[in-house]
Ligand binder design. Structure first.
Ligand code: ADP
Ligand code: MG
Length: 301
């Protein structure tokens, strides 16, 4: 009986050389393919302290859920990220079902952020941001979730449950004249509540939405509001499955005090810290303290 496997005898040296020569063109072709591929690009969020939680940044083009309870800073975090990107010369889109454009503009004034020019066209506002020679824009678009839900449900009835991204209901979200570098959608929860008909409508719609974001190649922050200590980070769970990343904002109770915090729960294709870092919302916006730790938390809200 054999108790061990005998090591296969090495082929003669001449055969080894021949094998290597046969492999060489394949290795060269592989090298060429890897070198020819675009290097992954990373983006910085620009919220003070936040980027220190990441080794290189957020891989460009990923979809990230920004989730947390009410008042945890989801809107301000996203607005600050877009403001910073626009300041660097990028065009960005803030699609909102929640707050009116003037309210978001007011937040920016309260935080002392510079806006060069404001063009108002009803529910579509275009803010020009940045230094001379490096202007970017922040387009704020207020949308009616009920109108989108009704039109999607109507289409699904007509097309026997099929929906394609060419159909109405989605293009109105991203203006056709704009190719945004970053998109914020505030919020998926407001959109989900507007779907009252067949339960599949919302699911089908957001699947198409994720496909659209992939096609555009924009880095996207999708806000979802949760009410309790999270067991899952989105209402239906399907958003979490579709997203590349999840950032959670917390309101933590410690000894009668509430501390606000942020965590990168998951992010595909990026190395990041695994900690709940305290944040502060002040008259200048959000600051993250990546080097500090929260002790004695009684609950996570
Ligand atoms: N100018 C400010 N100074 C300090 N804190 C502020 C300021 N504006 C808003 N906040 C804080 O930010 C929180 C609201 O953040 P927001 O992003 O609107 O929350 P969410 O979108 O998660 O509901 C509030 O809880 C408030 O305490
Ligand atoms: Mg909000």
């Amino acid at each position: 009986m054999k108790y061990f496997k005998r090591k296969a005898e090495s082929p003669p040296v001449s055969e080894q050389h021949a094998r290597r020569r046969r492999k060489e063109p394949r290795i060269a072709a592989l090298k060429k393919r890897v070198e020819g591929q675009p290097k992954p690009e990373y983006i910085k969020v620009g919220v003070p302290g936040f980027d220190e939680l990441l080794e290189k940044g957020i891989p460009k083009g990923t979809n990230i859920l920004i989730t947390g309870g009410p008042g945890t800073g989801k809107t301000i975090f996203c607005l600050q990220a877009l403001y910073n990107a626009a300041r660097e010369g990028h065009d960005c889109l803030y699609a909102t079902f929640e707050e009116a454009p003037w309210r978001l503009r007011q937040h920016m004034s309260e935080f002392g952020w510079d806006v060069e020019k404001v063009e108002e066209k009803g529910t579509l506002w275009k803010l020009t941001i940045g230094k001379a020679g490096k202007h970017g824009s922040l387009v704020i678009r207020k949308l009616d979730p009920l109108q989108i839900a009704r039109s999607v449900e109507g289409l699904l009835e007509k097309t026997a449950g099929r929906l394609s991204i060419e159909l109405r209901g989605i293009p109105e979200l991203v203006p056709t004249a704009l190719t945004p570098h970053m998109i914020v959608l505030d919020s998926l929860s407001a959109l989900e509540s507007a779907f009252t008909g067949k339960p599949g409508g919302y699911r089908i719609y957001i699947e198409q939405l994720f496909r659209l974001f992939e096609k555009i190649g924009a880095t996207t922050f999708l806000i979802t509001e949760i009410e309790e200590a999270p067991l899952r980070y989105s209402r239906t769970g399907v958003e979490e499955f579709l997203a590349d990343g999840v950032f959670v904002l917390y309101n933590i109770k410690t000894r009668g005090l509430r501390i606000q915090a942020i965590e990168i729960l998951k992010l595909r294709g990026a190395k990041h810290e695994r900690k709940i870092a305290p944040i502060q919302i002040t008259s200048k916006g959000i600051t993250v303290f990546p080097g500090e730790t929260i002790y004695e938390a009684e609950e996570l809200k």
